[in-house]
Design a protein around this ligand. Structure first.
Ligand SMILES: [Mg+2]
Length: 314
């Protein structure tokens, strides 16, 4: 099966109008009126960002969802994405493999309302590498930056924190995962797109490399300190059942793809109403204070220290 057969059979059905049937040199994307284009890109390398025996139908979906999470963190609505596949030369990729890979993507494209715009396929003497670049639209005044947190803001997170990091432990055989909660979150994040946070949040980012490390990014960009109560960081029932032993792992593990928001106190109710209307759980975990960095404490006001605050890429 050649490259052109694969494009014809598997990728062309994913392409949107702007992709011009994947038959020209570029896609032509028309930006929505009065919006700017938000752009983000992500690479996933086998054995680094996913495991060789992860289900094939989840690979493209995870890549797409990681990218969607960046759009969500910017308050942008998805417009399209490009996809680059680099395949190991020493393995053969069957029609069934592409079918499963693209079938997963088709499902998510429909769910998140985003078309494929184009892409490229190459091969190397190395691992499987997946890359996507995503494009979204946002009114410039509604773009959620990291540098806008203000003193007195409340710090909020969506969803639950730490399940994907526990999922990696489970898939490595280091932790039991009886109902599959943890591994499911590792395989498929739940990006919080289509949540209109513009005008509500002062600052936002998505939690991809570990809650504490990502809090530090907002603190640095905004010139403030994030004061976090570890006991308030939301846990799934499965994670809560593990008790305090895995608390630090949950707070510093990666792959959450939830939103971290700094919102003025007077907008707390509006935020909770908006999230309830979109069926997105949201929890207040701390406040923005004068100072720098991240201060994590528990109910007894003990300070928690972290040897590792999150995932370092190199
Ligand atoms: Mg991000």
């Amino acid at each position: 099966m050649g490259e052109f057969d694969v494009i014809e059979r598997h990728f062309r059905p994913l392409a949107g109008d702007a992709a011009l049937d994947l038959s020209d040199d570029c896609a032509l994307l028309i930006p929505p009126p009065e919006q700017v284009i938000a752009i983000s890109t992500d690479t996933m390398v086998e054995n680094v960002h996913f495991l060789p025996d992860d289900p094939v139908e989840t690979l493209g979906r995870k890549l797409l969802r990681c990218n969607l999470s960046d759009l969500a963190a910017m308050g942008a609505t998805p417009l399209g994405y490009t996809l680059n596949l680099t395949l190991p030369r020493d393995r053969s990729f069957s029609d069934a493999w592409f079918s499963a890979f693209c079938g997963g993507l088709a499902e998510d494209q429909k769910h998140y309302n985003i078309p494929l715009l184009g892409g490229d396929t190459t091969s190397i003497n190395g691992p499987l590498v997946l890359n996507a670049t995503i494009y979204g639209g946002v009114r410039p005044e509604h773009a959620l930056r990291r540098n806008g947190a203000q003193l007195g803001d409340d710090v909020w997170v969506t969803g639950t924190i730490g399940d994907a990091a526990l999922g990696l432990l489970a898939l490595q055989g280091k932790l039991a995962d009886p109902d599959g909660t943890f591994s499911a979150r590792y395989h498929l994040p739940l990006p919080r797109v289509h949540l209109p946070l513009g005008g509500l949040a002062h600052a936002a980012m998505d939690i991809s490399d570990g809650l504490i490390q990502d809090c530090a990014h907002i603190a640095r960009a905004s010139g403030v300190m994030l004061y976090i109560n570890a006991d308030h960081v939301p846990a799934s029932p499965a994670a809560a059942a593990l008790g305090a032993e895995y608390l630090k792992h949950r707070l510093s593990g990666g792959d959450d793809y939830e939103l971290l928001l700094c919102v003025p106190t007077e907008r707390a109710e509006a935020l909770q109403q908006l999230c309830a209307a979109h069926h997105v759980p949201i929890t207040r975990i701390g406040t923005v204070r004068k100072g720098q960095g991240v201060h994590v404490h528990d109910h007894a006001d003990h300070t928690l220290t972290f040897e590792k605050t999150g995932w370092l890429h190199f």
